[in-house]
Design a protein around this ligand. Sequence first.
Ligand SMILES: [Zn+2]
Length: 478
Amino acid sequence: MPSRLAGLALALSLTVAAPLSAAAQAAPATVITGATLVHPSKSGADALEPDATVVIQDERITYAGSGRAAKMPPGSTVIDGRGKFVIPGLVDSHVHFFQSGNLYTRPDVADFNAVVPYAQEVARNKARLDATFRVWLANGVTAVADVGGPFWNYDVRDRAAATAAAPRMVVAGPLISMVDRPQLDLGDPPIIRIESREAARALIARELERDPDFIKVWFIHRPGDDLAAQEAIVKAAGDAAHAAGKRLAVHATELVTAKAALRAGADLLVHSVFDAPVDDEFIALMKKNGALYCPTLYVMGGYALALTGQWQATPEERTGADPEILAAMDDLTEIPPEKIPERVAKAMAAKKPVEPPAVAMANLRKLEDAGIPVVMGTDAGNIGTLHGPSIFREMRMMAEAGLTPLQVLRSATFTAARTMGLEGRTGEIEAGKLGDLVILDANPLEDVGNLAKVHRTIKAGVVYDPADLMKSLEAARE
Ligand SMILES: [Zn+2]
């Protein structure tokens, strides 16, 4: 098998390179004993493997299986896994680091510049990256996909790659958009209006200089827009992306635009179809492209809750969100009325109950049943959707939509490895995989809520205590 040969080649190269990597080789192994492993790629009784041992050394899992057969390297750090459950590290397939989740982060939607200038908000988000990285790890997330932002998104990826206490990261740069968002333009806009195929190709050429993981299109279709002309631009973007070996990610939330996006070559739909039941044609297009489907069930409700004064922190957010952002979530009650945008004031007065997206939830169940690869994603950073603990809101909604806990877990691990371009390297607990794991205090297959009971997060073989990570944030705040 090619992977075995690759493994052999790696082993040989490690031997040859031993003098150079002496420090790494001297790092003690981490051994988890007596734990139940949860295998998201399996099903039925095979998904749970009780009384198992995992050995992680040099950033990789070197053994996973029966405790009796395990060899413990001398000097290993042992974690008692009795009563605990080990899953692969979680992946959020849809986040944005240029946004924080607070009220000030999307002035194109709700303009609070009179309270906190947008430039100050973006500067905060840049300065706070190391803390945001730790928040993700504290919630069991070892990899994220930032599917669109300013050109400095590429610097965020570089920073994450150079930081141990950070999730693995893939990125897209500025969005190729059908509409303008001047309120977000501080000189390096996250959203760029593109009106021709030539302009799309020119922007992609600029992005390719920074080696994007995805080219992202914001496919906004309003009444009166020429759908065929829009599709031609998306196809030009898809063709240019594919010619460069890059994948095309598309925001297309209606059935007609989602189908157009797929015809244009989309590899990842970053949202659900929200407006109509998906049909056989849609499923056939998804299968033809081998496209991934990221439901983002919570994000619109997050906006609605936060911008009507109804947002309340979940228990996971109270302990696992950036305290700076958490504190700002109550600001709406303290902002003087004259500084509240009219639209928001009206919505606050109406305080309509926020309903879950019923059509999208039915679509998720249908697509899961049809064998479409679903990847969990939150759209974190949007107003009301906080980096880190929002994943637990999202995964609960996926379960409410009718997915089993195992299907939810699979979407956030085994399948999500494809978002990261890490298929075969993460997303399962097997020897040879990267050492990205989460140790839970309870069985996630009994209740998806148990995914929030993170005892330890392990990324690239380094073990993190969520409480310590969160404490390190508070220290950074003072
Ligand atoms: Zn998004």
